[in-house]
Design a protein around this ligand. Structure first.
Ligand SMILES: NC(=O)c1ccc[n+]([C@@H]2O[C@H](COP(=O)([O-])OP(=O)(O)OC[C@H]3O[C@@H](n4cnc5c(N)ncnc54)[C@H](O)[C@@H]3O)[C@@H](O)[C@H]2O)c1
Length: 326
């Protein structure tokens, strides 16, 4: 069985490629390199450079490599950019998926794992977010992920394609410094950037109804996340006709202030944060119930926030050597 990993040259995709190959799966990467890096694709793994909007290239790739399973990570992922360029996001994330599903159903593909996001929930007003918590995305990015889940589910029901939509919570860390996230869109790299500039990390609001007043999130190590894909791929292969929607988190909330304290400790800095006004649309608390993923996949996160910060920092100083103190 060969798995096509779309977006396999990206941050998470590169980790999924490694986890799948380590588990003995054959993989092919399909990526347009718009934000991906070809050097992240390991030697021996074929890389097809193409867009998910290119129906012909997709069909040829599925046939040439006798693909029977797909992990679809290729997408645009910046919430702010999606507000400014909604049509671009709908085209890349929704139309790109529709074209892929067209090719998949015309080929001999039986399983598909889809990268969804906790962004589908919007502002959940619950202690632990379950898969039954209503989905009310706040951004075009979150909307494209929810629409993607609908497309995937409807296609599975109509064709028998076995599907899993994995709703990732806040992803951090790296298996290797070379695979670290190069973007500065999440809290961990944003704090690293401020520390590198000798500036105080920013906290957006400290008057939320949380224990220390700052927002609480559920951070998941990218290595654990990649293992969830391996587990999902196995389950889909062994039970045709599945239709899974699963939260992928640790089920543990960590506040922004706590993360900044831990980052200061790991990096050897001692910079208290600057408190700024709340940002519109930031929910107070988003923490997963990861029970369903444990029950359905037999998967559970093993690595903690310390592992995430330490490994992410190694990747950061590789690109920004000036960040290391002393
Ligand atoms: N990073 C996170 O915290 C997070 C959280 C929730 C969900 N996700 C989802 O996980 C997936 C991977 O995210 P990432 O953080 O690795 O981002 P990334 O930008 O590093 O990876 C995306 C990859 O997809 C490729 N790509 C983008 N559009 C494409 C297209 N139309 N055709 C072919 N290739 C295309 C890019 O070149 C890149 O290699 C995305 O679907 C994202 O929405 C990420």
């Amino acid at each position: 069985m060969t798995w096509l990993i779309t977006g396999g040259a990206g941050y998470i995709g590169a980790h999924v490629v490694r986890a799948m190959t380590a588990a003995g799966e054959r993989v092919v990467v399909y990526d347009d390199l718009s934000t991906g890096i070809a050097a992240r694709v390991p030697e021996g793994v074929p890389l097809v450079v193409g867009s998910t909007l290119d129906a012909e290239r997709l069909a040829r790739t599925l046939a040439d490599h006798s693909v029977t399973g797909v992990v679809h990570l290729a997408a645009k992922k910046q919430v702010g950019e999606s507000v400014e360029r909604p049509l671009h996001y709908y085209r890349e994330n929704v139309e790109g998926l529709r074209v892929l599903l067209d090719a998949v159903t015309a080929a001999d593909v039986r399983s598909l794992v889809f990268s969804s996001s906790a962004a589908v929930y919007g502002m959940p007003d619950v202690d632990l977010v379950t898969e039954e918590t209503p989905c009310e995305p706040l951004s075009p990015y979150g909307e494209t992920k929810l629409a993607g889940e609908w497309l995937v589910r409807a296609t599975g029901r109509a064709t028998g394609l076995s599907t899993a939509s994995l709703r990732y919570f806040n992803v951090a860390g790296a298996a290797d410094p070379e695979l670290a996230d190069t973007g500065v869109y999440n809290l961990v790299p944003m704090v690293f950037e401020r520390l590198t500039e000798a500036a105080p990390p920013s906290v957006f609001g400290d008057d939320y109804p949380t224990p220390d007043g700052t927002c609480v999130r559920d951070y998941i190590h990218v290595v654990d996340l990649a293992e969830a894909h391996v587990a999902a791929a196995r389950v889909l292969r062994s039970s045709p006709g599945r239709d899974l929607t699963l939260n992928i988190g640790r089920g543990e909330g960590v506040s922004v202030r706590e993360m900044i304290d831990r980052i200061n400790a790991v990096t050897g800095h001692d910079r208290p944060p600057a408190v700024l006004p709340r940002r519109p649309g930031d929910p107070a608390r988003v923490v997963a119930s990861a029970d369903r993923a444990a029950a359905e996949l037999g998967w559970k996160a093993r690595l903690d926030v310390q592992d995430m910060i330490t490994s992410a920092w190694e990747g950061w100083v590789r690109l920004h050597p000036e960040a290391r103190r002393g």
